[in-house]
Each structure stands twice: as C-alpha cells, then as structure tokens.
Design a protein around this ligand. Structure first.
Ligand SMILES: Nc1ncnc2c1ncn2[C@@H]1O[C@H](COP(=O)(O)OP(=O)(O)OP(=O)(O)O)[C@@H](O)[C@H]1O
Ligand SMILES: [Mg+2]
Length: 255
C-alpha cells in the first residue's frame, strides 16, 4: 500500500513538501512523500462509485496516522448493508474495518450515526426504516470524534452524489464538514469519466481536494497505465498513491 507519509508526529514539518508524483511500489513502504498537509487532521474519503476501495484506502490511511503516532479514528456516517448482531445492533463491515485500523474508542453512534440492514441506496433504506437522515446529526457526531481523536478519516457512501435525503446528497455533507477530500478512483473501464465528473463537482463547491488515489481494483485492467497517465494529466490535485491490486486485499503496510 502506498501512502508513504513524509511526516511523523514529532518534528512534522510543512517544509517537507513533495513533487506530487505517484509511487508504483505500492506494497513496499519507502520514503516517497505525499502532498498531505500535516496541519490538516481530517479527510473525507470520497469514491468514484461504490465498491472502489474507499474502506480499503481509508483503513490504510488510518493505519499510517496511527503508525506516525497520532490518535486516529475512522467514521462511516452512513452505512447500508448491515448484519444484525446478538444484541439487536446493526453491524457493518466498513465500520469494523475502520475500527480495527484506528486506535481511539468512541460510541458506536458517533462512528456510525446511520446504519441500515438492506444493502440498498441509503436514502431508500432510511425511508423504509422511517428514518430521516440529517446532515446536522452527522456533523455533531463528527465534531465529537474530532474532540476525541487527532485525526478523523470519514468514509463516504457510494459516490459523491449519493442521496442522504430527499434534498441533500453526500456533496452537501462534504460542504458542511468542509474537510479536505481524498478521492479514491477505482481503476476500471469508465473510471476516467467518473473521476473527472467527481473532481469537477468537488471543485465546483470550492472544496479542498487534497489528492486522489488510483486503486487497482481489477487484477488486469487493460490499458491501466494509459488510463492512469490521462487521469494524472487531467486532475490538478496530486495523485497521492497508486495502489496495486493485491491477491489478498489486506493491509500489509507495516508487515
Ligand atoms: N487494491 C486492491 N486489491 C484487491 N482488492 C481490493 C483492492 N482495493 C479494494 N479491494 C477489495 O474490493 C472490495 C471493495 O473495496 P471496499 O470495500 O474498500 O470498497 P468501498 O468503496 O469502501 O465500498 P462501499 O461503497 O461498499 O463502501 C473489497 O473486497 C476490497 O477488499
Ligand atoms: Mg466502504
């Protein structure tokens, strides 16, 4: 995996800027820097789609912050597709993965304010459950997490325009949270269109796109390098990492 932080908690310095180059040696940590600004303590992980590696990348990012000495926590504001636990609680795989990566404890309803059993569009799942999701509720939960941890990594749901309720989408949540965004591009046919549309939508809202990650979610994407080169040319924000497809998609950053 390929977030190679050029910082540590002690002695972190904004002078350690980088050249914005991607690193291809994703499974081998090395000294290649990133553009991540250490004065920023939270990131909103947005994907080009569902199933593109948001949880995978968010967890890796949390692990990096933990390894760098920070108190880091993940947040999944909206999760659909949950199992029923022994005590009637809803258990979500993304929440479990983010929790496993972090090193801060917090109430479950702060980490995941909205959870729904069916693996369907969240606003529909919410309607079926008689729940009206509110951005303010998510904002309050985020604020509480930010008081407990030094770094909060917030994972979106699906893509940037996933509805939250009848009038608002994840984009409105991004505006409300106003934390830097990292876009995970699931590298597959169609990803250029998805990525550029998402970048445009982020930038049209005046949001800070800290960078993007090219996540190779298919083992053999035809013309991978050509697609990557085009995205690097067209997206003005830095490519923070090129993450190769891994047989066992495990977090082997520090093993
Ligand atoms: N680089 C990779 N190599 C191999 N498998 C990967 C890679 N990145 C992600 N995966 C796998 O792809 C699947 C989808 O990844 P992930 O759950 O992180 O997507 P997501 O965008 O968070 O999905 P959702 O929209 O449901 O939250 C998972 O099984 C994950 O392990
Ligand atoms: Mg996920």
């Amino acid at each position: 995996m390929a977030f190679h932080p050029s910082y540590s908690k002690v002695g972190a310095s904004s002078s350690r800027e980088n050249d914005g180059e991607c690193t291809h040696e994703c499974s081998r940590p090395k000294a290649a820097p990133t553009k991540i600004n250490m004065s920023t303590k939270s990131y909103f992980i947005i994907g080009t789609d569902t199933n593109v590696g948001k949880t995978y990348i968010a967890s890796a990012l949390i692990q990096h912050f933990v390894a760098a000495g920070f108190k880091a926590i993940g947040m999944k504001p909206i999760a659909s597709g949950c199992e029923l636990g022994a005590n009637g609680e809803l258990i979500n795989d993304d929440v479990l993965a983010l929790n496993a990566a972090g090193n801060v404890q917090a109430p479950a309803d702060r980490i995941n304010p909205y959870a729904f059993a069916p693996a369907i569009a969240p606003h529909i799942a919410a309607a079926l459950a008689g729940v009206h999701m509110q951005i303010e509720v998510i904002q309050q939960a985020y604020t509480q997490l930010a008081e407990l941890a030094e770094v909060v990594i917030v994972e979106g749901a699906g893509g940037f325009f996933v509805p939250i309720n009848a009038t608002q989408t994840l984009a409105d949540l991004a505006v409300q949270l106003n934390i830097p965004i990292i876009l995970v591009v699931g590298m597959k046919l169609g990803c250029i269109n998805h990525a550029l549309l998402t970048v445009e939508a982020i930038q049209a809202r005046g949001l800070n796109l800290a960078g993007w990650v090219a996540n190779q979610i298919e083992p053999n994407m035809p013309m991978f390098e050509e697609n990557l080169a085009y995205l690097k040319q067209r997206i003005s924000a830095p490519c923070l990492s090129v993450v190769q497809w891994q047989k066992t998609a495990k977090f082997d950053l520090y093993s």
